[in-house]
Design a protein around this ligand. Structure first.
Ligand SMILES: [Zn+2]
Length: 104
């Protein structure tokens, strides 16, 4: 009767009926949906919720979001900085300008 168009999951490229990229998101609570969307965008900066995502991908990111949420709740916010903080480049890069004079 209704021929459902196929769509590829933007995350894993799995091809599914278009609706299956969205149906499971509609079933989530608004808070879980927001959290999971944020987690996915943390890994796939170009991804938008309107593009949808297959259920296996969604679930794995939702679970990851739950773990992150628990970690944040259990630790001080500085614990998160540990992961995002990039080591500053060493200031003492070898500078061998002393022996660089060319001899004429
Ligand atoms: Zn997927």
């Amino acid at each position: 009767m209704n021929s459902t168009p196929l769509s590829a999951c933007p995350i894993c490229s799995r091809v599914l009926p278009h609706d299956q990229l969205y149906d499971h998101m509609a079933l989530e609570s608004p808070q879980a949906r927001q959290n999971t969307i944020r987690v996915i965008q943390g890994h796939h900066a170009d991804w938008l919720a309107e593009q949808g995502v297959c259920e296996p991908c969604w679930k794995s990111f939702r679970d990851a979001g739950r773990v992150l949420h628990m970690l944040k709740a259990a630790h001080k916010p500085t614990a998160v900085d540990y992961w995002t903080h990039a080591e500053p480049r060493a200031l003492s890069e070898p500078q061998d300008t002393t022996d660089n004079r060319s001899v004429y």
